[in-house]
Design a protein around this ligand. Structure first.
Ligand SMILES: Cc1cc2nc3c(=O)[nH]c(=O)nc-3n(C[C@H](O)[C@H](O)[C@H](O)COP(=O)(O)O)c2cc1C
Length: 293
């Protein structure tokens, strides 16, 4: 059996989960390819995704696709990537497993929307996994939600998921069902709310991250950490080189800037929204969704 794992991970937690998946598969004798699309311009520009995928993707029976949950939705680059998945057939199998990391607060419709798109690309979801991870917007808050996760609890969930994937995928093809309905686990009100409010609509008014040029020391750290390559260095100066609407608000630039020169309009509102008493973590931090559970 062969699997391909594709991951987008602005702050590294989904990548950590993807690597755990890979290790667990390899331990079980399953060959597992990992493609990390973070920072890769060919995967960030819509026009080149298809070609790059065809070039990079090895033959597989199961494709795993993972990313972070932003504003209750799967991060948009991941959804865009699924839309460009190559046709099933030949070396590309029809089975899929979406996985999502989140800061514990809203996993909402993320797996559901991945399952729907996978189905459109003729993939059968055999299970889905939500994985608790450090809430990156609370990194500098008085209390960091799920600090240092994914950790051992999540690794155990991933190990269980790997066992289930191997068992499911070894059935006769005709017996394997798409179980993406199991991803519609959020309360109906929440599902309707997140369907009405897209990630773009929720984040739009905050998308004006900027550099305080008086504070910037031109260390270029922001250039190296930005997962969507928003910064460049021209004429001795770090600049924002893309349309600001392409910023995903991950705050990697803000967290890594040694000179506090990044102005990130979402951090303070997020800290208020996420502080104790204003936000509650989901009852089950990490879970496998399969067979209508
Ligand atoms: C802009 C933004 C929005 C987020 N929205 C949510 C959310 O709605 N619910 C949640 O539980 N976590 C949310 N998070 C936390 C991330 O889902 C979590 O930290 C994730 O593991 C980050 O993955 P990465 O390290 O692979 O980038 C958000 C983080 C950012 C930066």
């Amino acid at each position: 059996m062969k699997v391909s794992i594709i991951v987008f991970s602005p702050s590294g937690h989904t990548l950590k989960a993807a690597n755990i998946f890979r290790e667990k598969f390899i331990k079980k004798g399953v060959s597992a390819q990992l493609i990390n699309i973070t920072k890769n311009p060919n995967y960030l520009n819509e026009g080149s995704i298809k070609k790059q995928l065809e070039k990079d993707l090895d033959a597989h029976d199961v494709i795993l696709i993972g990313g972070p949950i932003y504003a209750g939705h799967m991060e948009a680059h991941v959804l865009r990537l699924i839309r460009q998945f190559p046709n099933v057939g030949g070396k590309f199998g029809a089975l899929a497993v979406p996985f999502a990391t989140y800061g514990g607060v809203h996993s909402s419709v993320a797996l559901e929307e991945m399952g729907t798109l996978l189905k459109k690309r003729k993939r059968k979801s055999i299970l889905g996994v939500k994985i608790a991870a450090e809430h990156t917007l609370t990194k500098t808050a008085s209390k960091t939600i799920y600090k240092d996760r994914p950790a051992s609890d999540e690794a155990n969930i991933i190990a269980k998921a790997v066992d289930e994937i191997i068992t499911s995928a070894s059935q006769d093809a005709g017996d394997i069902k798409d179980i993406s309905k199991a991803f519609c686990y959020s309360k109906p009100v929440e599902r309707v709310m997140f369907k009405l409010f897209s990630q773009e609509a929720i984040h739009k008014k905050f998308k004006h991250v900027s550099i305080d040029s008086g504070k910037c020391i031109q260390c270029k750290k922001c250039i190296s950490v930005c997962p969507v390559n928003m910064f460049d260095f021209v004429d001795g100066q770090v600049n924002i080189c893309k349309d600001r609407r392409q910023c995903i608000l991950c705050a990697e630039c803000y967290h890594h800037c040694p000179a506090s020169a990044i102005v990130h309009p979402y951090i303070e509102p997020a800290k208020v929204r996420l502080k104790d008493g204003n936000a509650y973590v989901e009852k089950v931090p990490s879970a496998i969704y399969s067979r209508g559970e």
